[in-house]
Design a protein around this ligand. Structure first.
Ligand code: SAM
Length: 491
């Protein structure tokens, strides 16, 4: 099959919800999978622009036999890609409409007051484009007429299993497995692949392949009334949301900040990793969420956590109280566009202004976190799909800090990486229903470089006064390697 037809077939498969991008590409039979993957991802990235161009140039009306997916691929390559290097008869067809398409593109740029094609990708009214949902693996809504329903990601919720984090402050994995077995569940051992998680049904469960204290049940499993849950022995937490604390690499005795902490699932995970030894400073501005968090932390048996209702941006990094803080978990407010459990119409579409405001806040709060003098390692995470809240935030802040901090490869064996927004973005990780069977999520791990830690010129004066590495860093604050402790399981 030729490249363009293969790409169109993958797009059609995505729209029909036949699988995720990667699996459809690999199963396409097309010999050059990288080339195919790149073309489809780029076409998806430009999906909303392409739809408008097709409409404006009335291409589908003029070419009745041209399928919309193939039209998108051709127009993408003609205007934004390689310029139709291959394509045989399709190339000839697309070229016949070239002048009209180019004129339409020029008009669109004038309307949007931009000069570069890339700038058309900036969000307009609603930023949840078909491409973004499709990339994240959302299936089409039954109610949408063949295309992707942009407001109703609910169907994909059924793809995401029920993840259960064992709260090691109160119990251990073996005991929880035994408990469920006694309740009539069938333990199938440790999963060997993400694919295996999809095969779970009825009362079966597995140990997760990536996270040692995570059990995986079929998505319909409801454990909210289960004694283990009500007593805080297990936490119902999506797998992606378990990554930040796991990847932070703090060990028992560490001083850690959880900057935007409520309702506290990641804080209680941190406390479990620290074995309640050390100090967690947890902040959140929202009093109601703080109240919920208090209840959850108590139920989870968390001690050694100072919880404060405070804007993290007002926390003074130079306060001696925080002089031993070596690790920060930063999971700030975000658009939540990666969450799959919301019902249709629960949220108004995200406006460009709101997205910009969120990204601005995320940049500020990340910058602020990097000002803590003994900080060695920071995890930045969001449950957003938008590059503006993810790769772009990390890129902007790293640029400001010059050589002071670097990205480290988060979970090298994790299959889904950061989008190629800048060189090195693949060090970040992403999660999605299609590729990792989780909610949509983003994680970046930043580490202080040993040398060359100049404060960024664009930061407020106080930031420039932050001690350089070595200065003001207490002896105990040297980087601590994360103990690679894998709990051995009796199967
Ligand atoms: N990490 C939490 C967890 O795992 O349960 C979820 C955090 S939620 C994504 C973001 C939180 O940031 C919200 O609870 C919100 O109230 C809080 N927040 C927003 N702005 C803040 C600020 N300036 N300082 C501290 N917390 C803030």
């Amino acid at each position: 099959m030729a490249l363009y037809s293969a790409a169109a077939a993958v797009l059609a498969g995505l729209e029909r919800g036949e699988g995720g991008l990667k699996s459809l590409v690999y199963n396409s039979g097309f010999p050059h999978v990288r080339q195919l993957y790149a073309l489809v991802s780029e076409t998806l990235r430009y999906a909303s622009v392409l739809e408008k161009l097709l409409d404006g140039a009335a291409l589908l009306q003029a070419e009745k036999k041209l399928a919309p997916q193939l039209a998108k691929v051709l127009v993408y390559d003609l205007l934004f890609g390689q310029g139709l290097k291959c394509g045989g008869r399709w190339k000839a067809l697309a070229r016949r409409h070239r002048a009209r398409l180019e004129a339409e593109l020029a008009r669109m740029k004038v309307r949007h007051k931009v000069s570069r094609n890339e700038d058309l990708l900036a969000p307009e009214k609603a930023v949840n484009t078909a491409g973004e949902w499709a990339r994240a693996g959302w299936a089409p809504c039954a109610g949408s007429s063949g295309g992707l329903c942009l407001t109703c990601p609910a169907p994909a919720a059924s793809q995401v299993p029920r993840y259960v984090r064992v709260n090691t402050l109160k119990t251990c994995v073996d005991d929880v497995i035994d408990f469920f077995k006694r309740q009539g569940y069938a333990y199938l051992g440790k999963a060997a692949s993400v694919e295996e998680l999809k095969t779970l049904s009825g009362k079966e469960f597995l140990l997760d392949l990536h996270l040692p204290e995570l059990l995986v049940f079929p998505s319909q499993t409801d454990l909210h009334d289960n004694l283990l849950y009500t007593s805080g022995h297990i936490i119902l937490q999506d797998k992606a949301s378990c990554l930040p604390a796991f990847l932070l690499g703090a060990v028992a005795g560490s001083h850690v900040i959880d900057a935007c902490a409520a309702p506290g699932n990641k804080t209680s995970h941190l406390a479990a990793i620290l074995k309640n030894k050390g100090q967690i400073f947890a902040f959140d501005v929202d009093p109601k969420r703080i109240a919920t968090m208090n209840t959850l932390l108590t139920r989870a048996g968390v001690t050694g956590c100072q919880l404060a209702q405070q804007d993290f941006l007002t926390v003074d990094p130079r306060d001696p109280k925080y002089s031993s803080v070596t690790h920060i978990l930063l999971d700030p407010s975000c658009s939540g566009s990666g969450m799959v459990t919301r019902g249709p119409g629960e949220e108004a579409p995200l406006s460009a202004e709101r997205l910009q405001a969120l990204a601005g806040f995320q940049r500020r709060v990340l910058n602020h976190a990097l000002r803590f003098p003994a900080l060695q390692r920071l995890v930045y995470s969001t449950c957003s799909l938008h590059q503006e809240e993810n790769e772009h935030v990390v890129q902007a802040v790293l640029q400001e800090w010059g050589s002071a901090f670097r990205l480290v490869t988060a979970f090298p064996s994790w299959p889904c990486r950061g989008l190629a927004a800048f060189s090195g973005a693949e060090s970040c990780l992403r999660a999605s229903p299609a590729e990792t069977l989780t909610h949509g999520f983003f994680v970046a791990v930043l580490e202080r470089c040993k040398e060359g830690a100049a404060a960024p010129s664009s930061l407020p004066a106080a930031a420039k006064e932050s001690p350089q590495p070595g200065e003001g860093t207490e002896p105990g604050a040297t980087p601590k390697k994360r103990k690679k402790k894998k709990q051995k399981m009796k199967e």
